[in-house]
Design a protein around this ligand. Structure first.
Ligand code: DLL
Length: 432
């Protein structure tokens, strides 16, 4: 562990620390950020009302639209002269959302990422190839600073140049690869094209995140790459990657670094807290941020919290692999569908490649779902009849396990679009 005393704090002590930090954060927000003062005043809540961790529920939610309304620096809590970095996420429409960091925030983030990398099984002296995008996206620099903090050698290659990635993984003897799970699949494919068996490379662990991926995808990646694949979660509004990470010992849920973030799981329709263990929307409050503290950020990410002890010895709560975002949930003729459910079904069919994309059309008053998949090379060689049979199989399984009718198109290997960062899993033509 990178910070064993903090990562194994008995829960009582952890919660006492959280309460103290929550109170400080709420005071800071109220005193320095107009948006928080106004929204707390509207609810009649003052910092002094926060007397227990449960009192967090009296605070207002913060949503993406609040970041947009305060573009670019309206939610910053420090004078601009103390801000040493900004990051931004590209909104689908209009202006991005902007977040800022003080010198201390950058240090905190590096430590949290160092914790995450250590939890993933890395040690000082190990080497990591960082294929997350460098730039306004938090992935590249977040991993970079964390890796240096832990004492790893970093190859800052960013996303893309897949063949060069394979060459450098081999030549620089990387122990770890960091990228999105969908880009990891691209790299396996690039290796195959180069006649390199990925399993022969020295890489022993993949730290994959920034998009939802299923356990079925984990098994696929682990067996094709010959690695342990662990999940890393985070979002720019909170800090970037390093909000939570799986431990390589259990690979069963992501430890939320609770001395820095207070996590709640709420009903996404009503905003009411849910009993421990129930599935709902994750809501986070930062506990140590200086420039961009955030109260009750409603992530839209669906997960659940597991408080049972973990075999790795860490006491920090685990969040189950996020199933997806409520924004990405498709409603198909009244049935709620996450792309990850489709992924689960597809990954069980061995003759298909691991790439897929879902398209939704409106025809008259009906929704039509098209699932684009790829035949593996051996299936492709067997010809049209076998391919059609597999297409029918997919259709049946989607109907049986998810409950929707779909049209399945089995394409040739390489015909479903690839990505270098977050994969585009759904194209919803109804929204155009
Ligand atoms: O994706 C930060 C990050 C970089 C995380 C690298 C992990 C690795 P944003 O671009 O702000 O930040 O996007 C945040 O991505 O609300 C989730 O919907 C999704 N997401 C991130 N990690 C995971 C994950 C980065 N492990 C949004 N599983 C979040 C599922 C994830 N979804």
């Amino acid at each position: 562990m990178f910070e064993p005393d903090k990562e194994t704090l008995p829960r009582e002590e952890l919660e006492a620390l959280q309460l103290h930090r929550l109170q400080t954060t709420v005071e800071r927000c109220y005193a320095t950020v107009k948006h928080y003062r106004q929204s707390m005043d509207e609810l009649g809540v003052k910092p002094v009302h926060i007397q227990s961790l449960a009192d967090v529920r009296h605070l207002p939610f913060t949503k993406k639209e609040h970041l947009r309304q305060n573009y670019p620096f309206g939610l910053f809590s420090t004078p601009m002269s103390q801000v040493v970095r900004v990051h931004a996420s590209s909104g689908t429409t209009g202006k991005p959302t902007v977040v800022g960091y003080s010198r201390r925030d950058i240090k905190t983030w590096a430590k949290l990422m160092a914790r995450s990398l250590a939890a993933s099984g890395l040690r000082p002296g190990d080497r990591i190839q960082n294929a997350y995008g460098y730039g306004l996206f938090t992935g590249g620099l977040g991993f970079h600073y964390g890796a240096e903090e832990l004492g790893l050698m970093v190859t800052p290659i960013s996303g893309g140049q897949s063949r060069k990635q394979i060459m450098l993984l081999k030549d620089f003897e990387a122990d770890a690869l960091a990228c999105t799970p969908s880009y990891a699949l691209n790299l396996v494919e690039a290796a195959e094209e180069m006649g390199v068996d990925f399993k022969s490379l020295p890489v022993r662990v993949g730290i994959f995140g920034a998009e939802p991926w299923t356990n079925e995808m984990r098994f696929e990646l682990e067996s094709r790459m010959g690695i342990d694949a662990v999940d890393v979660y985070g979002l720019s509004e909170l800090i970037g990657p390093g909000v939570s990470n799986e431990c390589v010992e259990a690979k069963n849920g992501l430890h939320v670094w609770e001395d820095h973030f207070l996590v709640e799981c709420v009903d996404s329709d009503t905003g009411e807290p849910l009993p421990a263990g129930e599935e709902g929307e994750l809501v986070f409050t930062s506990l140590t941020k200086e420039t961009f503290p955030i109260l009750r950020y409603a992530t839209r990410d669906i997960s659940r919290l597991e408080y049972a002890p973990c075999k790795c010895g860490r006491t920090h709560v685990r969040m189950r692999k996020p199933a997806g975002r409520t924004d990405d949930m498709l409603i198909i003729r009244g049935v709620n569908v996450f792309p990850s459910q489709v992924e689960e079904v597809l990954m069980r069919i061995e003759t298909l490649g691991p790439f897929y994309q879902i398209e939704v059309f409106r025809e008259g008053s009906m929704d039509r779902v098209v699932i684009n998949v790829e035949a593996s090379q051996p299936l492709y060689e067997k010809g049209a009849e076998s391919i059609n049979r597999v297409g029918e199989h997919v259709k049946r399984d989607i109907k049986e396990f998810i409950g929707i009718s779909s049209h399945v198109i089995v394409k040739k290997l390489g015909e479903v679009p690839r990505s270098q960062g977050k994969a585009v899993r759904v194209i919803d033509h109804r929204k155009k």
